[in-house]
Unconditional design. Sequence first.
Length: 256
Amino acid sequence: MGRLVPAVTRALDILELFLEGDGTLSAPEVTRRLQLPRTTVHELLTTLAARSYLVQIPDQTGRYRLGVRAYQLGSRYAEQLDLAAEGQQVAREVAETCDETVHVAVLEETDVIYIAKVDSTHAVRMVSAAGRKLPAHCTSVGKMLLASLPPAELEARVAGRELTAMTPNSITEPEALLAALAEIRERGIAAEHRESNPDVSCVAAPVRDSAGRVVAALSISVPMIRWSEDRERELAGLAAKGADDLSVRLGHRGGR
């Protein structure tokens, strides 16, 4: 590994300060927070502003915010992100922790499509495949994604629709589904118990992009022989952490 360049490290430290608070800082604030000499901070701020990584705020003398070059770099990074590839990596990490089947799925109209999947190593496990499509209302990932829709959009997708049953436990009434989604929205975690497969239960959490929009959901699926209320609570926490980790990879910085 090569030697780190102190001046570059300091410049990056300054830029990263702007990810916090209201996104504006003055030279004295930077000096105090990084414990750097005032002259050094002034030179670095001047250089970053000259290269458009920072810009001085016109009506706030001596205060800076991120400039257009920082936005351009972030946009290029976002363009290169592959939700499926990032989801597969996070799903693998979650599966290694719980040794159960982990999915990442996206919403398409009233269905979900699995874009990433990692199997459990147990002999008894859920059988599925990336690319598979299922009715959203029968799955934990689907219910999580439906619950995240704006009310008007959710109403348009669900109201008056015939909800197909995959098992005797599937929700088939729009009113019952809307009530369940309201609870999921409140909890921030979705669950389904033998609604898509009579032998499997699942929990799911939302995945957000850099703008805070829910773009996917991550779930953990468990055969009923290994399911319990305690296990559900444990896996809900793991699903939430995995979804948060994937959200960070997609550029999300806010809380759940």
